[in-house]
Design a protein around this ligand. Structure first.
Ligand code: DC
Length: 223
């Protein structure tokens, strides 16, 4: 199986780029952030405080996260059998996902599912710890990043287009807070693998980023 890992902070374009490449190469796209978001959504919907670790761990017993794929290849996230693909994109769920993702029991639960996907399919998997923890043997690891300002700009536009009420300064502050929380956590911090290719796309658009990764795949004779 060919496994491609794309890690990096939020708003770097990982999911858009990974989705486009997966479609082009006929690989399965696995968005691991969506799985953390599903658990964050459950926690929010059940009135559990996101930093109440014991309550989140107890809730895991009642949570089942699964992935499914629509006919066009897009990933669907199922929380206890219900398609929550849209609900997990609410801005508020980002911080829930980031906070519950610090809990080792939450990570362990999702790790099994992620590795099973990669063992049975050619995958492009995006997240924070794919190159370091989930798929240490991936044939290509990319750490995709951009300045916080460039990412906040993209994210503000994206949320406004979806009709959510947001402003740039708030989003920038949220991005910085979430980066810090994801990067400094004790378990599986969001840092590049030693053998990851560092790709700064502050000045690249999606097509340019896809082309850069395609070039890396070609260089390595993976496509
Ligand atoms: O990629 P995203 O923004 O949808 O991810 C939501 C949160 O989930 C992110 O802030 C950190 C966490 N996450 C993680 O800890 N490990 C991953 N592989 C993917 C996401």
């Amino acid at each position: 199986m060919i496994n491609i890992a794309i890690d990096g902070p939020s708003g770097a374009g990982k999911s858009t780029v990974a989705k486009a490449l997966a479609k082009e190469l006929h690989f399965v796209y696995v968005d691991t952030g969506a799985m953390y978001r599903a658990i964050g959504l459950y926690v929010r919907n059940h009135g559990i405080a996101k930093d109440d670790t014991d309550a989140v761990i107890a809730a895991l017993e009642h949570i089942s996260v699964a992935l499914d794929y629509a006919e066009d290849g897009s990933q669907l996230v199922l929380l206890n059998g219900v398609n929550v693909s849209a609900a997990i994109r609410e801005n508020e769920i980002s911080l829930y996902a980031s906070t519950v993702s610090k809990i080792p029991a939450v990570r362990a639960r999702l790790l099994t599912l992620q590795r099973e996907m990669a063992a049975s399919h050619n995958v492009i998997m995006d997240g924070r710890d794919i190159g370091t923890v989930v798929l240490p043997d991936a044939q290509l690891k990319v750490f995709l990043f951009a300045s916080p300002e460039a990412r906040a700009d993209r994210r503000t536009k994206e949320l406004l287009e979806k009709g959510q009420q947001v402003d740039y300064q708030t989003i920038l502050a949220e991005i910085n807070a979430r980066d810090e929380q994801d990067r400094t956590r004790a378990v599986s911090p969001a840092i590049p693998a030693d053998d990851a290719v560092m790709l700064d796309n502050s000045a690249l658009d999606i097509a340019g980023t896809v082309a850069a990764i395609r070039g890396l795949l070609t260089e390595r004779n993976l496509i």
